[in-house]
Design a protein around this ligand. Sequence first.
Ligand SMILES: [Zn+2]
Length: 154
Amino acid sequence: MDILEIFPSVISWVADQQLWARSLGRPLVQEEVKWARSVGVEKLENVRVLEVEDFPRPSSSQLVALMSEYGFLGPDTDGITYGYSILIRRGKSNCRLLSHEFRHVYQYEQYGSIENFLAHYLTQIVEVGYEKSALEIDARKHELQDDNLPNSNR
Ligand SMILES: [Zn+2]
């Protein structure tokens, strides 16, 4: 089974999760706006953050199996970004994690649509794996540490 074969169901999962988290999530607070802007997010007002006890999983067992095979939504996942909606595991929110997820929002914006972003993102994950995918490397490179933030008071 190939993740690209079930690409349409991945797209609709991500789009549904974006909508769900948009309706329940909160907009960014002032310092988060600064972090998001500094990693390139354009439509800051569109971003929503939703804290969850655990991440919802698709009802398709095929999709769940593939996601866990590629390392998504496992016990080590503390954040995931669906378009403009960011899900964070409760209690795990911090500047580094949020700036990483904000960079994924930026990437979605650059690709112009969920479909286009996922086409590139999933291709990379399948070809070289999560750790080595260019979009994950880019997101890690843009993580802000608490001590090198613009205007951080140390
Ligand atoms: Zn990431």
